[in-house]
Design a protein around this ligand. Structure first.
Ligand SMILES: O=P(O)(O)OC[C@@]1(O)O[C@H](CO)[C@@H](O)[C@@H]1O
Ligand SMILES: [Mn+2]
Length: 442
């Protein structure tokens, strides 16, 4: 019996949950190849940095590191040999929700969830939760982020774009309000900068080798054809129609570094143009999908900006301005547990009603990135022409928009024939990150 003999040699059926059980799916390749590589890289990072970690955290950590590395080797073996999932044994605030989900999936599937049988979403989220569990179970490394180094390097590899964008946004802030048409053009430009900022994601097979843009804005304009659905005008309409003085925008962030910098720039322009009175950023409560932003990553970007005065006068000035937004409460940064649970968003109302009600206060909720998209549309292989509203399956706390570069093989809301036309041009159009959608549900 070869490994994964009981997986099915087919593509994901229409309307089925994405899963590594389908051997001709991107989920299968991700679970078989990329997830074990991710665990291996975490082990390598700990082995390579062991002495530095022990020096920083104390000799006691040496023994702890052995245990943590041992648990990652075990996790990798479970992944490679398709072992059943286990209950999470640490005592984080989210553990009861994780184990309730495990029990429910056990009942639904009629057996313990396994890597090549359960949904891809559950498998991938579960792996990152197990990685965090190993640190949580330690004494001296409870809050260790094994991806911090990669996120830091990624930020500096995009520094040229950060400086160009920072200068541009700083100028905008100095100009303040513009004539309506100019304001709209500027807002749509920053929406597209934030959209393409989502390409910067370390969990992708191609990793991070993005072309360094000599002129960021020209590059963004050249990508116009790669935006398959562009509802950005709806964003303008809903924000200009909102009651002045009472407009809250929630941004459900994705990746740290350059991408969250683009989110901050978008938030500033929304405030400068009086299109938002309050912005709430939602980041992750633990290290997640390699590049996703935690609160630490959020404030780390501000700190880096403040220290880059030798490279740009705009970045320290923006950092000061954004600190003031945070101090005044006009901007808030939250890290609710729900964002690092395996639930699709159509389950939010039932499982985290407080968060659902909080989002219901918003004029607009902006979801960044591919994992959020997968959760918005229920990790389902819809027909490409299925409407976004249907794919949301009742999730609609407020008008919402997704800014997503395609990195997983699911999509909805396309015109008849559109998917076939793109596939003829680019075979890996759904997973390359080279195409994007701006999809609005009002
Ligand atoms: O949410 P992001 O950062 O845009 O992308 C995350 C993600 O695309 O990375 C992997 C690439 O296949 C997927 O598992 C997952 O959806
Ligand atoms: Mn991400």
């Amino acid at each position: 019996m070869s490994l994964h003999d009981d997986t099915i040699d087919t593509v994901t059926p229409v309307n089925a949950l994405l899963s590594a059980k389908y051997r001709r799916s991107f989920a299968y390749l991700t679970v078989r190849d990329r997830l074990p590589i991710t665990v291996t890289k975490v082990i390598d990072c700990l082995v390579r940095d062991k002495e530095k970690i022990v020096k920083t955290l104390g000799e006691y950590t040496r023994e702890e590191l052995k245990k943590i590395i041992g648990s990652f080797s075990e996790l990798k073996n479970e992944l490679l040999t398709d072992k059943p999932f286990k209950a999470i044994t640490s005592d984080g605030p989210d553990v009861s929700s994780w184990n309730a989900y495990y029990m429910k999936e056990n009942e639904r599937e009629g057996s313990e969830p396994r890597w090549f049988h359960t949904s891809w979403l559950y498998a991938e989220c579960y792996m990152y939760r197990r990685i965090h569990e190993a640190f949580e179970l330690s004494i001296s490394m409870k809050t260790f982020d094994p991806f911090h180094k990669q996120k830091k390097e990624a930020f500096f590899s995009s520094l040229a774009s950060v400086i160009i964008l920072g200068d541009h946004v700083w100028q905008q802030c100095q100009m303040g309000n513009l004539p309506q048409l100019a304001m709209k053009e500027e807002l749509l430009r920053l929406i597209k900068v934030a959209l393409w900022g989502n390409q910067h994601d370390l969990s992708r097979p191609s990793g991070y080798e993005l072309p360094e843009e000599s002129n960021l804005f020209e590059h963004i304009d050249q990508l116009h054809e790669c935006i398959l659905i562009d509802d950005s005008e709806c964003i303008w309409s809903i924000l200009t129609a909102a009651v002045k003085g009472n407009s809250v925008i929630d941004i459900v962030n994705d990746n740290a570094g350059y991408e969250i910098f683009t989110d901050l720039c978008l938030a500033d322009v929304l405030c400068t143009f009086s299109l938002a009175d309050k912005v709430r950023f939602h980041v992750k409560a633990m290290p997640w999908f390699i590049s996703d932003a935690t609160k630490y990553d959020f404030y780390w970007v501000l700190q880096m900006m403040a220290e880059l005065s030798h490279k740009s006068s705009s970045l320290p000035a923006l950092a000061t301005r954004w600190e003031e937004y945070l101090q005044s409460g006009r901007w808030m940064v939250e890290a609710e547990d729900f964002w690092t649970l395996p639930h699709s968003y159509n389950k939010m109302k039932a499982t985290d009603n407080n968060l659902y009600n909080k989002l219901s206060e918003a004029t607009l909720v902006i979801f960044k990135g591919d994992l959020n998209y997968r959760k918005l549309v229920g990790e389902t292989n819809w027909l490409a022409t299925e409407s976004f509203a249907n794919a949301l399956q009742g999730f609609h706390p407020a008008p919402l928009v997704t800014l997503r570069t395609l990195k997983a093989d699911l999509i909805c809301g396309l015109q008849p024939g559109q998917a076939e036309m793109i596939a003829a041009k680019s075979r890996d159009w759904m997973i390359s990150g080279n195409y994007a959608v701006i999809q609005f549900d009002g």
